[in-house]
Design a protein around this ligand. Structure first.
Ligand SMILES: NC(=O)c1ccc[n+]([C@@H]2O[C@H](COP(=O)([O-])OP(=O)(O)OC[C@H]3O[C@@H](n4cnc5c(N)ncnc54)[C@H](O)[C@@H]3O)[C@@H](O)[C@H]2O)c1
Length: 349
């Protein structure tokens, strides 16, 4: 049997970032032609990950309609994976209109370009588990509400995601676009950005650099840590897999939750000599965040053929460590944290 590969490309927004670069690499390794659309060149970690892959960057902003239209009309992608946007959640809470103009309008410009130009067979939106606002039952499945009489998406970043999700349905209902939404839980892995206060980067990377890690908080905060490699394979399943009526998928392991204490214990086990201590205090954002943490149902993705590699946190962290060491071994220089990053516990130590 000869697999016929559609030569039209897949457009990946945010392809210079963490999730986007793994998605681009995975699709390209699977035989797809990949164009990334991003306002920035890849960070050092993403550049390392993309080295040698057949991936071409088109620079541009998702909130620049003429540029979005130009790129979609030039490449006529068969699929669009939308992983770009502003991730600085504290900044977006202070400036909700930025969330509207860039994150909501950016998604709509891509949907609209897909509608006007045609030929886009799949549209995959990277959303977030934080659209649910508060876990009302577990496992959290695709039918879990996002807005109730008393709860709503967590902050402007999530409000923008919920809005983009809602607009996806307009394009499904009225324009025949096959949209799928992924809501990832705490994403981790080599190349993760500093805007992810999920007690992983701040433990793994200093430990690998031989620095002591002393965090006062996080020891008890539970999460379904989701490895970026598995996010990329989930996207590939949704782009290349069969048609299906289900629109909402959770990006998680579906297993029980783990804490920063668990991460610390695994890092001590996996990195000889690692000096890591994580306390059990809670930050304000930990308390906010725990509302959305629960066990997520990933049965629909599995039904479509998705097989995650890292349902076990230890092997997932091992993969992170191996990739980080490989990057350092070839002279890779880690991206420093932005000067104004907030809410990322453990920065600097
Ligand atoms: N990291 C997580 O824990 C997490 C959790 C849930 C959902 N997500 C979602 O997954 C996706 C990828 O997140 P990530 O962790 O890779 O973030 P990231 O910050 O590493 O990547 C985002 C990319 O978007 C680009 N970008 C920013 N503004 C842009 C603009 N105006 N136009 C074009 N590109 C722009 C950035 O340059 C960057 O390369 C996002 O949609 C994010 O909301 C991430």
């Amino acid at each position: 049997v000869v697999k016929v590969i559609d030569s039209r490309p897949v457009l990946v927004t945010g392809g210079s970032g963490f999730g986007g670069s793994y998605i681009a690499r995975t699709l390209a390794d699977g035989g797809a032609r990949v164009i990334t659309y991003d306002i920035a060149a890849p960070r050092t970690e993403s550049a390392h990950l993309l080295a040698g892959a057949d991936v071409q960057l088109e620079k541009g902003s998702i909130d620049d309609w003429p540029r979005v239209f130009e790129v979609v009309s030039r490449y006529r992608p068969r699929a669009i994976v939308h992983a770009g946007g502003i991730m600085d959640v504290a900044f977006l809470d202070d400036h909700p209109l930025v969330a509207l103009r860039t994150n909501v309008a950016g998604a709509l410009y891509l949907l609209e370009a897909a509608r006007l130009l045609g030929g886009v067979e799949r549209f995959v939106l990277l959303s977030t588990i934080a659209v649910i606002g508060k876990v009302l039952y577990e496992p959290v499945d695709g039918n879990h509400p996002t807005i109730t009489a008393t709860e709503g998406p967590a902050g402007a970043y999530s409000a923008a995601k919920a809005s983009a999700e809602a607009f996806c349905f307009t394009y499904v209902q009225h324009h025949g676009l096959d949209c799928r939404i992924i809501r990832p839980s705490a994403l981790y892995g080599f190349g993760m950005s500093w805007f992810a206060p999920n007690y992983m980067k701040n433990i793994v990377e200093p430990a690998l650099e031989g620095r002591p890690v002393r965090l006062k908080t996080g020891g008890e905060v539970p999460r379904d840590y989701f490895n970026v490699v598995d996010l990329a394979s989930l996207v590939e399943t949704l782009v290349e897999g069969p048609p299906d009526p289900v629109r909402v998928f959770h990006g998680g392991t579906g297993e029980s939750l783990r804490t920063a204490s668990d991460v610390a214990a695994l890092v001590r086990k996996l990195v000889p000599g690692a000096d890591v201590e994580v306390g059990n205090d809670w930050t304000e954002s930990d308390r906010d965040e725990v509302r959305i943490r629960g066990q997520y149902d990933v049965a629909d993705a599995r039904r479509l053929g998705w097989r995650p590699q890292f349902t076990d946190l230890e092997t997932g962290i091992s993969d992170y460590i191996t990739r980080y060491r490989d990057f350092r071994a070839v002279g890779g220089v880690p991206t420093p944290p932005p000067a104004d990053v907030r809410d990322a516990p453990g920065l600097g130590g």
